[in-house]
Write a new protein. Structure first.
Length: 256
């Protein structure tokens, strides 16, 4: 038996829904509140969050219900017993989604508050993501829909994953969404980087790929430096970093 509050929430949502975010949940109470709040705190307010509680035995349901009392955009589907198949709760969410865009967020993950707004308000030639996981699906679909609306060629989307498991998971998610040809997905292991203060950090070892991308775009923007192509404003690429990135990290990124 599946219990839902779908109709109640539909009546309470009085604005057109731009984005539907499906969040499958199974015993992730430790991370769930941060996950849900990161979605609800989007600067793009016209969204719905479809949470499928797939038979959780921890405090996940309590967190979801508490969040529902605070925000009417949360829609809950509860499976009394675990489905045993990761695709089942996702398909349940897809079946009722009403948004112009559809995306998935794992319940132990989160997204930045200006994520959707950045996609929707700007036109990009190149978008580069690092360790984005399921948000890559949201980004790819949004860029394609934006390009169709503006009758333009979709921005090139390159996504880097540093772990083989994450790479395979992202590839599977893109394939399930029919977007495997819309993204250049790259597996790039982390490498050590020694900062000027002698602190060693891990970074994505992707300079070779970025230089190739730079060469691709210098045909259109000759003044763009290869190693800076993904942050170079004259190349009209995604040059605004999420608000959650620390200032020191932003400095390192723009120095690449």
């Amino acid at each position: 038996m599946v219990r839902t509050n779908i109709e109640l929430c539909r009546k309470r949502l009085d604005l057109p829904i731009k984005l539907s975010v499906v969040v499958p949940v199974f015993n992730t109470g430790k991370y769930l509140e941060q996950c849900l709040q990161s979605i609800l705190n989007q600067t793009e307010a016209s969204l719905e969050v479809i949470v499928i509680n797939d038979g959780s035995s921890d405090n996940s349901l309590d967190i979801i219900q508490r969040t529902m009392l605070q925000d009417k955009r949360v829609v809950l589907i509860t499976n009394n017993n675990p489905s045993g198949n990761p695709g089942t709760p996702r398909n349940q969410g897809i079946a009722i989604a009403k948004g112009k865009y559809l995306g998935f967020v794992d319940s132990d993950d989160w997204i930045d508050p200006d994520y959707i707004k950045l996609i929707d308000l700007n036109t990009y030639d190149l978008v580069v993501e690092f360790g984005s996981g399921i948000s890559t699906v949201v980004m790819a679909k949004a860029l394609l829909q934006q390009a169709e609306k503006r009758q333009q060629t979709a921005a090139k989307l390159v996504s880097f994953e540093h772990l083989d498991d994450y790479y395979k998971k992202t590839a599977e998610q893109l394939a399930n969404a029919g977007l495997d040809n819309a993204v250049q997905l790259e597996l790039t292991p982390l490498a050590p980087y020694k900062a000027p203060d002698n602190t060693t950090y891990s970074y994505y070892d992707c300079r070779g790929i970025l230089k190739k991308l730079g060469a691709e775009f210098t045909g259109v923007y000759p003044e763009a430096e290869h190693q800076r192509c993904w942050v170079h404003k004259t190349a009209n690429v995604l040059d605004k970093l999420p608000k959650s990135v620390q200032p020191s990290a932003k400095s390192l990124i723009h120095d690449i």
